[in-house]
Design a protein around this ligand. Sequence first.
Ligand code: FES
Ligand code: FES
Length: 156
Amino acid sequence: MLCRLRVNGETRDCAVVPHTTLLEALRYALGLTGSKQGCDKGDCGACTVVIDGESALSCISIALACEGRDIVTIEGLARNGIPHPLQDALDVTGGAQCGFCTPGILMSAWALLERNPRPSRDEIALALSGNLCRCTGYTKIIDAVELAASQSAERP
Ligand code: FES
Ligand code: FES
């Protein structure tokens, strides 16, 4: 079946079967491999994208059900080769984790800042609670989201 998705501001067509997940369509049909296939059952957050402004687990989202919705993936954060402030902030604070968990963490954080530009640390922790990494205490990641939020607030 033809599936027409709007991803990172572009309309993209791909061929799917009815049970193709959004993650499979993104990674294997559209070549957007930044969203990671971790547990593939809704537990880890590695596949997190943003759909209509809300963070969503693409491994348990059906691609065809996402037609007509606005999808943002990790590939959509940088603009003209310039990293998003969240990406810079992870670098500055030392909060960047591995390539499996970091894209999902960034997408959850991005969705949070889009709806709440100055979140509290508790709100940041709650927003990231679905992104699992056993290798971090999350402190530096929360520092990074706070830093990006403060820098966004300072921009005209
Ligand atoms: S890969 Fe989707 S939640 Fe783990
Ligand atoms: S899962 Fe990525 S650093 Fe722990």
